[in-house]
Write a protein that binds this ligand. Structure first.
Ligand code: ADP
Ligand code: MG
Ligand code: MG
Length: 310
């Protein structure tokens, strides 16, 4: 009986943060922990959603330059996003929303804006337009905040923290392909986490203990333009156009979901050479990159536990 209770699997699936989410917890505390974790994810969604006019971010973006009081999650994650912007030399940029809107990625009306339109909108982008003062957030007029590239990683961290606090020792969350784990599998083995390839198959499988494995891909949200080219939702902050670094899938592997989420987006923008140099210089998170030429770039720290799918 004890053994059964220890390995018993509980699972809940729902849709939030614009993506399908599954939370899985093992053991006798699992069921209660899942409902707490689900509530925490929903709470984070209601604070950070850029499309919800009542969220912290929604109210901020509609404030026309006025200061707005926001909650602790929003200030924490905004401060974090600004740090990541600096750390990545601007590749990660949480202020691209005016540009993203022009591409129609926020609606179903996709279009290719002119260079002139992009140049105009890029004037509103840049971390210098975000002013954080305690619990007050203010944007320069016309600028907008978008924490979409870190929100799911943060929500994964929080979901696992809530479950750990509720006494769960073994759990796995999947937020739209971001996989994050707590502890080991209930059988004491390491988790086996698949890294998806753009063609729907697997690039390979990673053996992991508590870890976050987060992928940014140009194949997740995209449209085909009138010129036959593919346009995706991860933008190069220098041009305002979809990032074309040669990388078509960037996975970041590390202990913290929000770091991996931010860095997978940044790696996608930076491209393979810059990512490898960044990793050498600063260390973690680890990376698995697939380029459009079919090259696979894997950071050395992952070599021993990443098995490439033959
Ligand atoms: P996904 O949301 O598909 O998991 P990402 O984590 O890479 O992918 O986040 C992409 C989202 O982040 C975009 O939909 C957009 O809202 C925003 N974004 C686009 N380009 C950037 C960028 N260079 N830096 C930060 N956020 C970005
Ligand atoms: Mg991201
Ligand atoms: Mg993501």
């Amino acid at each position: 009986w004890n053994q059964f209770a220890k390995t018993r699997k509980h699972s809940v699936s729902f849709y939030a943060m614009d993506t399908p989410i599954t939370l899985t917890a093992y053991g006798p505390r699992g069921k209660r922990a899942l409902s707490l974790a689900r509530a925490r994810v929903k709470q984070i969604e209601s604070e950070l959603s850029v499309t919800d006019p009542c969220s912290d971010v929604g109210r901020l973006n509609a404030a026309g330059g006025a200061p707005v009081p926001v909650g602790e999650d929003t200030t924490t994650l905004t401060a974090f996003a600004l740090r990541m912007n600096t750390l990545t030399g601007g590749a990660f940029d949480p202020t691209l929303y005016p540009v993203l809107r022009a591409w129609g990625f926020t609606t179903e009306e996709r279009r290719v804006p002119s260079d002139g339109e992009l140049a105009k909108l890029l004037r509103f982008a840049g971390a210098e337009h975000v002013h954080l003062d305690g619990r007050m957030l203010r944007l320069d007029e016309g600028s907008m905040l978008d924490l979409g590239a870190v929100g799911k990683g943060f929500a994964g961290d929080e979901a696992l923290a809530v479950m750990a606090a509720a006494g769960v020792e073994s759990a796995l969350v999947n937020l739209g392909g971001n996989v994050q784990t707590l502890g080991l599998r209930p059988d004491g083995q390491r988790w086996r986490i698949g890294v998806k390839s753009p063609d729907g198959g697997l690039i390979g499988v990673l053996r992991a203990e508590a870890e976050a494995v987060v992928t940014s891909g140009g194949y997740e949200r995209f449209f085909t333009g009138p010129d036959g080219r593919i346009y995706w939702h991860i933008l190069d902050p220098r041009t305002g156009a979809p990032a074309r670094s040669g990388v078509i899938s960037a996975t970041a592997v590390g202990s913290e979901g929000k770091i991996c989420d931010a860095m997978s987006t940044a790696f996608f923008v930076m491209g393979a050479e810059k990512t490898a140099a960044f990793w050498k210089e600063r260390g973690g998170p680890g990376f698995v990159l697939l380029t459009e030429d079919g090259e696979l770039w894997i950071s050395e720290d992952l070599n021993a536990r990443f098995a490439v799918d033959p």
